[in-house]
Design a protein around this ligand. Structure first.
Ligand code: URA
Length: 451
């Protein structure tokens, strides 16, 4: 690292951030490349991460950290592929299957959708696991294959290769071990470096808030969204963010093949209202980021017409086939993994559902094998829940609140108990919660105009 570059003093850089001072671009670069190249040890980077956690980074530092992390590995250029290309990222939630719906919908509008997605981790689901419930589906493509499918089909979804932002892989592991995950500047650099490494024409962010979200409270979700939008824009990439509700599972289905079915039903025009609202919101933002629509209202009108035409389902089928999957699942759901046991959970009392502890729902789903507790855990693609009632719904004694899909009788009782506890009832009528709260773009924050 000393070839022609000044040799910085790591101790002094850490001290500067500890004392609340700003780091220069060269100092940030020195620390990150030193860490990636193993010339700066974990204990010194841990100390810097904690100083950042406590004292933050300003927008300049954050944009520079993001760019430096982005350049730690491969950059995927999409310049040889004609047309606008827009990516969508969600901060994660329970029942969040929107990528599976939004990608073919936007592709059917003529805007290409390349997505590098993740697996389930913690209580939140992962797009790759949902897709892997489709027999034959390949979700780990080479970069060339990724580009070819994007060009031929108009959409593609794959896992990240090892070489995309290797700095984040190392830093994230260290943050997990040093209680520095929950830092908005570090989360921003982590997410945006990966988004920017894929050279799209724009990024749309779905920042979730509520009991099942990474950002549980609204203020933090707004700050994270504004920060990511600012860094995206500063890096020259049109970026739009929506703040959406994760205070209850999204849609009725939680679980891999169950969510694939719900996605297909949404593409057939039979989606649950909240899934449809978030899909139209994000898809409209993608069309706006691509510059192909003049207003959100107009974009939503167009999306409704395109969804009705049936074209997005045809795109989804072509996408499945291109990635080696069996597109016949779109007409025959029995080709997807099925659980052996379906246990209905009925209401013991009457009232209005006032709250669903969505973190608890995600954790209970993991007990069924929907997600992972540890990275190496095996997934059961057939299991999960179907919610028949959501927040604001009236329930009478004996009504079915949800169905548990399981392959083992042994834990159904305890999971049922856990879910009953997660669902609160109220005697008074409870309003249906807003699905999309705010829109954040380069002009600032405003109420979602599509409500
Ligand atoms: N997701 C990421 O990719 N990085 C973070 O730091 C947090 C969530």
């Amino acid at each position: 690292m000393s070839d022609g570059q000044p040799l910085y003093n790591v101790f002094e850089i850490i001290s500067k951030k500890r004392d609340g001072l700003q780091l220069t671009q060269e100092e940030i670069k020195y620390m990150i490349s030193g860490y990636v190249e193993d010339s700066i040890p974990d204990y010194q980077i841990s100390s810097l991460l904690m100083a950042i956690y406590l004292n933050g980074l300003n927008h300049r530092e954050m944009t520079e950290l993001t760019e430096i992390m982005k350049h730690s590995g491969d950059i995927i250029s999409l310049s040889t592929i004609p047309g606008k290309k827009i990516d969508k990222h969600s901060t994660g939630g329970v029942g969040d299957k929107i990528s599976l719906i939004v990608a073919p919908l936007v592709a059917a509008c003529g805007v290409k959708v390349p997505m590098l997605s993740g697996r389930a981790l913690g209580h939140t689901g992962g797009t790759l696991d949902k897709l892997e419930s489709i027999p034959g589906m390949n979700v780990f493509l080479t970069i060339d294959h990724f580009k070819q499918i994007l060009k031929d089909v108009g959409m593609v979804i794959s896992g990240q290769t090892e070489n995309i932002v290797p700095a984040d892989r190392k830093l994230y592991a260290l943050r997990s071990a040093t209680a520095t995950i929950g830092s908005i500047p570090l989360i921003t650099a982590s997410i945006m470096s990966k988004k920017l490494a894929l050279e799209t024409d724009g990024i749309v962010l779905d920042v979730k808030t509520g009991s099942g979200a990474f950002m549980r409270n609204l203020e933090d979700a707004i700050t994270l969204c504004q920060t990511m939008v600012a860094v995206g824009e500063k890096s020259g990439r049109p970026t739009i963010g929506l703040i959406t509700n994760m205070d209850q599972p999204l849609g009725a289905a939680v679980g891999n093949s169950l969510e694939v079915i719900e996605s297909i039903e949404t593409l057939k025009g039979n989606g649950p209202q909240d899934v449809v609202t978030v899909t139209f919101g994000l898809a409209a933002s993608m069309l706006m980021a691509a510059g192909v629509e003049k207003s959100y209202e107009q974009a939503i009108k167009k999306l409704k017409t395109v969804l009705k035409s049936g074209k997005p389902l045809e795109y989804f089928k072509r996408f499945i086939s291109a990635q080696g999957g069996d597109a016949a699942i779109c007409t025959d759901y029995l080709l997807l993994p099925q659980s052996k046991i379906k246990q209905e959970i009925k209401a013991h009392e009457e009232g209005y559902i006032s709250k669903i502890d969505t973190l608890e729902v995600g954790l209970a789903a993991n007990e069924l094998g929907v997600g992972r507790v540890k990275r190496e855990d095996k997934i059961d693609h057939s299991t999960g829940f179907t919610f028949h009632k959501k927040v604001g719904d009236r329930i009478n004694q004996g009504d079915i609140i949800l169905t548990i899909h399981s392959n083992s009788q042994s834990n159904i009782k305890s999971i049922g108990k856990r879910l009953r506890k997660a669902i609160a009832l109220n005697n008074e009528k409870v309003p249906k919660p807003k699905t999309i709260m705010f829109l954040v773009d380069k002009n600032g924050i405003k109420e979602w105009p599509g409500n």
